[in-house]
Write a protein that binds this ligand. Structure first.
Ligand code: SF4
Length: 322
């Protein structure tokens, strides 16, 4: 197992309130496996990814749980060891490339920084020319047209799609073992979303990386992952092979989520999921989906459903199967 999260609880603190977001999340990624995490916006997907790298905002706190990465206990690892993992082993593609790129440095300076660290830690002392050649190759690998111009540009001089490709190049340079992709196409024009996804997919396969793809775009997860988790309001609702999850969903939330996804072949626009996510300041004590669930029973309001193994590869958390 490359990555294993157990019983992860994450809270955010504001001046007056505590937002109890992740509520005992678990997740596993085997070596070479691509794992999807689906769920509505606001379910805690980004929090989950940021917890793995311990890059939560300052008001975010990991209250309890365990994160085991490649045999290491991430929550008790020193900052220098963590920085090394972030720089050399685990890369992350963020939703918004502008948030990850520094607006006051040219693309080449940002790429040189990553490359220098990587090469020095491999015992090499790169010349300027070597850095330039390597940076050019990184941009060529992500199919950026006119990579020389891009190298000499500031992020604001590039289109959204170009910035996203630069960020993918940077993330892949750091990702020798695991790639975390957080809604990698959300901010892009629909016409290039597909190209970017295919690019990520091909590069992950080429480099034989493990990956976690977080998205509310179900088609993307269906195409690109081997196994998937459904996250709702900070709780894992279901886990199965991606094929089984999409073809035989068992949890009421998964069933509604999948049936409300827009399809080209459908006869009209689906109704979507009625109701809204619970207030994280005071979430339901039992099943967090209970206020919206058509099958809710009295115990759903008070008892949190435990994971139930339907078969070796399919787990659901619902009292209907208890
Ligand atoms: Fe619905 Fe109860 Fe199952 Fe939650 S535990 S999904 S409320 S039936």
């Amino acid at each position: 197992m490359l990555l294993e999260l157990t019983n992860l609880h994450v809270h955010y603190k504001s001046y007056w309130y505590v937002f109890k977001v992740l509520n005992g999340v678990w997740l596993r990624v085997r070596r070479g496996e691509r794992v999807g995490v689906i769920g509505e916006s606001g379910s805690g997907k980004t929090t989950l990814l940021k917890s793995i790298l311990k890059i939560l905002p300052l008001n975010g706190m990991i209250i309890r749980g365990e994160i085991k990465y490649d045999g290491k206990d991430i929550l008790n690892l020193g900052e220098s060891k963590l920085a090394e993992i972030r720089r050399r082993e685990v890369g992350m593609i963020f939703q918004d490339p502008m948030a990850a790129l520094n607006p006051v440095f040219k693309v080449k300076d940002q790429l040189y920084d990553i490359l220098k660290y990587k090469m020095i830690s491999e015992g090499r002392n790169p010349s300027k020319q070597e850095l330039y050649d390597e940076a050019l190759k990184m941009l060529t690998d992500v199919k950026l047209p006119d990579p020389e111009r891009v190298l000499n540009s500031y992020p604001f001089q590039l289109s959204g799609g170009m910035r996203q490709r630069v960020m993918i190049a940077m993330a892949l340079t750091s990702a020798e073992k695991l790639l975390l992709a957080d809604e990698p196409t959300t901010n892009l024009d629909v016409t290039i979303q597909d190209q970017i996804l295919k690019l990520i997919h091909n590069l992950v396969i080429q480099k034989n990386l493990s990956a976690i793809l977080v998205s509310h775009a179900l088609g993307m997860v269906y195409q690109m992952t081997d196994r998937a988790y459904v996250l709702y309001a900070g709780d894992i609702m279901e886990e199965a092979s991606t094929k089984e999850l999409f073809e035989k969903p068992k949890h009421p939330y998964t069933q509604i989520l999948i049936s409300s996804a827009p399809r080209l072949s459908s006869k009209g626009i689906s109704e979507g999921i009625k109701g809204k996510l619970p207030d994280y300041r005071n979430p339901p004590a039992g099943c967090r989906f209970a206020p919206r669930c058509p099958y809710s029973m009295s115990k759903c309001n008070t008892i949190k459903p435990e994971p139930i193994e339907l078969n070796k590869e399919h787990i659901t958390c619902c009292h209907l199967y208890g």
